[in-house]
Ligand binder design. Structure first.
Ligand code: NAD
Length: 300
């Protein structure tokens, strides 16, 4: 068992760190929010007063932060961890950020003598709590394999996508596709309802037919189509519209930089921007079906 510094104990990081404690690791946690630190100490971890303290005397540091600037600030700069952490410490960033920032921070970590991998996740808060996340990992094979048993304790699958940044690229491509298929599935269900079909019956037909997809299999956007989905509980407890919008922004920045046409990704971003602007940022991203019905205004 290892001693692990865990930085960023929010909706995702908190339960991920708690699963490492449950698995027998010694976890030293830090978050800017004292409440988040207290929640983790309640689960049996050591609470720390700074990122430096959490990363001191550990074999592995895991970070789970909101965006690229937070990751840069944590690791780089005069007060950054790369200046203080012991050489050879394995650094794992699980935040969803742009691949260029990931590659730049990993290169700096390499210069400081610390292997670094990117390991963003899919599976949301429910997956983090259940220890059933999917990890999409970028980095050298040695550190990826070193991290694998630790990631296994927080997830149900670990994919090594390629070198540094490859995990972020895989995550960005996956979420762009997910956003597009959520909108497409919502359109089809709305049209079927307008033509007199029952959303549950139509969903079951499409699920077994050539339109079948991940959204229809377990994340149906219609409240009456499937039990246990965010839609069935008022679009709560899933993956927020604002977070999907962030991921689509990362995809569009990459497409612009690479000169690649992603017309459906761009349209999905516009639709999610409007849905977010109508006050739905906190609702699960499947609520986009409401936007397609009535511009995101509350149901009549
Ligand atoms: P969150 O806002 O709940 O948690 C982020 C935490 O980081 C907060 O508690 C904040 O206080 C802390 N933080 C920020 N800067 C810090 C610093 N310098 N030092 C220490 N703590 C700091 O966000 P989340 O939902 O846990 O998401 C974290 C990451 O996971 C994001 O990159 C997100 O895109 C990604 N993600 C989220 C989900 C999801 O469903 N929530 C799913 C997949 C991936």
């Amino acid at each position: 068992m290892a001693t692990i510094g865990f930085i960023g104990l929010g909706n995702m990081g908190g339960p991920m760190a708690a699963n490492l404690v449950k698995g027998g690791h010694t976890v030293q946690g830090f978050d800017l929010s004292a409440e988040a630190v207290a929640r983790l100490t309640g689960a049996g971890a050591k609470g720390c007063a700074s990122a430096g303290e959490a990363a001191s005397g550990v074999e592995v540091v895991i970070s789970m932060l909101p965006a690229g600037k937070h990751v840069r600030d944590l690791y780089q700069g005069s007060g950054g961890l790369l200046a203080s952490v012991a050489k050879g410490t394995l650094l794992v960033d699980s935040s969803t950020i742009d691949a260029d920032t990931t590659r730049a921070v990993a290169a700096e970590a390499d210069k400081a003598g610390c292997p670094m991998i990117d390991a963003p996740v899919s599976g949301g808060v429910a997956g983090a709590e259940a220890g059933k996340l999917i990890f999409m990992v970028g980095g050298e094979t040695g550190p990826v394999e070193q991290a694998r048993p630790i990631l296994d304790m927080m997830g149900r699958a670990v994919f090594h996508a390629g070198p540094a940044g490859a995990g972020q690229v895989a995550k960005m491509c996956n979420n762009m596709l997910l956003a597009i298929s959520m909108i497409g599935t919502s359109e089809a269900i709305n049209l079927g309802i307008a033509e007199g079909l029952d959303p549950k019956a139509l969903s079951e037909i499409m699920q077994q037919s050539s339109g079948g997809n991940w959204v229809l299999n377990g994340y149906n956007p219609h409240p009456d189509a499937m039990d246990g989905t965010p839609a069935s509980r008022g679009y709560t407890g899933g993956f927020g519209t604002a977070l999907m919008l962030k991921d689509l922004g990362l995809a569009m920045e990459a497409a612009l930089k690479d000169g690649k046409a992603t017309p459906l990704g761009a349209l999905a971003r516009t639709i999610y921007t409007l849905h977010d602007a109508a006050g739905n940022g906190h609702k699960d991203f499947s609520s986009v079906i409401e936007f397609l019905q009535h511009g995101g205004r509350p149901s009549q």
